[in-house]
Write a protein that binds this ligand. Structure first.
Ligand code: URA
Length: 444
């Protein structure tokens, strides 16, 4: 009865009251509202939108449909980073141990890859033995002792969001800014944070490719954070090409380990340091961006960030020797170099095509229960703007078998474009958004 009334009201452009959002979210999480009614309600929300008070009420309703981490007793700043997702985006794997090694608690609850984007949990699980499934109590114990837990959304956290997000994914209602903002923030607020840094991707490989939509999402999440006493800062970063060189689960883990040891590609390090600086500033652990950068560079140079990752891996059941010997990660059976078919400028390395290519190789999902081959993917050394000669190596394909190599080669032929003219890529870190407004950091 309640659901039908709310569907009709939202369909006709009416307003849903906070108590009604709460009642609906609880009833749905408890199985008292069928999926067909919730799907219809979500479509009405998608088409009609939510105002600020409705977005706030939905966030609260989903947050309070489950448990929270409640880490206030730690008396330590607790900061997480969330990315809207991309290809080759392994920043969380570097940032979590790095920032935790500097005394800031990082309760990092992450997701799995779906569609063309990768997921932090899958990448972590390429480490032999590494377990990302844990009850909240265990996550709390790890954060207490190591400042960090790398885990997935448990049954206890925002169960209403869990069910609603899965339903939205199957009913064409994901790309709604208020629904996305409420979904992400309900989970992040359940981590008991004192601050959150958002990496909002833009460009052809981003979930929301247009800058304006990314900025709107950032502003909505900043408002939700402010309503809950959790300051949020967002950086807009480029996803018109993959980040770093490695794309694929175990390959990205290997690149992240190299990054923690001071051997990361320049673009990956620039994004990692930009987001890490915001985390350290929000935590009050650094007073200026320059001080934050110096702290992070030092933790990488003196080995403390890599050693901290080893401790986290061990505590989560993984083999810590992977940090010294990344060769223990899953290895692809077949490896082949891809060369430039002609001379010219690299004008495009299309992230969506690369992401779909990883899925075709068996390294990504089209359905949530797909089983992955964590060893497969690409290492792409060619960057937009580079001049290349015919026959010059541009990338490497890692596949399960020869058919995979053929599929990988076809992916790279489509994804990597060579032209007579250079086509400048988007600025890597272009905007900073906070409660004070939008700052342009770099043009383009
Ligand atoms: N990620 C989420 O957790 N929720 C959304 O709605 C979209 C992306």
């Amino acid at each position: 009865m309640l659901a039908l009334r709310l569907i009709e009201r939202k369909r006709d452009g009416g307003h849903i009251e906070p108590g009604e959002w709460r009642a609906l979210a609880y009833a749905y999480a408890a199985g008292h509202v069928p999926d067909y009614q919730m799907a219809s309600f979500l479509m009405a929300c998608f088409l009609r939108g939510l105002d600020r008070s409705e977005t706030h009420a939905l966030t609260d309703a989903m947050l309070h449909s489950g448990d929270s981490l409640d880490l206030a007793y730690l008396n330590r700043p607790r900061i997480d980073k969330h990315s809207t997702g991309g290809v080759g985006d392994k920043v969380s794997l570097v940032l979590a141990p790095l920032i935790a090694s500097l005394g800031v608690a990082v309760p990092m609850m992450s997701g799995r890859g779906l569609g063309h984007t990768g997921g932090t949990l899958d990448k972590l699980e390429s480490i032999p033995g590494f377990d990302t499934r844990m009850p909240l109590l265990e996550a709390r114990r790890l954060i207490e002792t190591l400042n960090c837990a790398l885990f997935g959304q448990t049954e206890e956290i925002a169960p209403a969001d869990r069910k609603m997000y899965a339903l939205r994914d199957a009913t064409g209602t994901v790309e709604s800014i208020p629904l996305i903002a409420a979904s992400i923030m309900s989970k992040k607020l359940a981590e008991g944070l004192t601050g959150l840094v958002l990496d909002v991707k833009r460009g052809s490989g981003a979930f929301l490719p247009q800058l304006e939509r990314g900025l709107e999402l950032a502003k909505t999440m900043i408002e939700l954070g402010a309503d809950h006493n959790c300051p949020v800062v967002a950086l807009v970063t480029a996803m018109d090409r993959p980040l770093g060189r490695a794309c694929g689960n175990a390959l990205e883990m290997e690149e992240s380990i190299h990054a923690l040891k001071g051997e990361g590609p320049a673009d990956l390090m620039e994004v990692t340091y930009a987001l890490g600086s915001e985390m350290l500033l929000l935590a009050g652990a650094a007073r200026t961006g320059a001080e934050a950068l110096q702290m992070m560079e030092q933790a990488i140079a003196d080995g403390s960030a890599a050693r901290h990752f080893q401790r986290i891996i061990e505590a989560q059941g993984g083999n810590p020797s992977v940090v010294d010997d990344p060769a223990i990660l899953p290895q692809a059976n077949e490896v082949e170099i891809f060369v430039a078919p002609r001379r010219g400028f690299i004008s495009r390395v299309e992230p969506r095509a690369i992401g779909r290519g990883i899925t075709a190789l068996g390294g990504g999902r089209t359905k949530m229960d797909d089983k992955l081959d964590l060893s497969v993917g690409f290492v792409i050394t060619a960057r937009p703007g580079d001049w290349v000669e015919a026959g010059e190596p541009l990338a490497t394909v890692f596949a399960r078998d020869r058919a995979g190599i053929d599929s990988g080669r076809a992916t790279l032929r489509t994804a990597i474009a060579i032209a007579d003219e250079a086509n400048p890529p988007l600025a890597l870190v272009s905007h900073r958004v906070s409660a004070a407004g939008v700052e342009v950091l770099a043009a383009g």
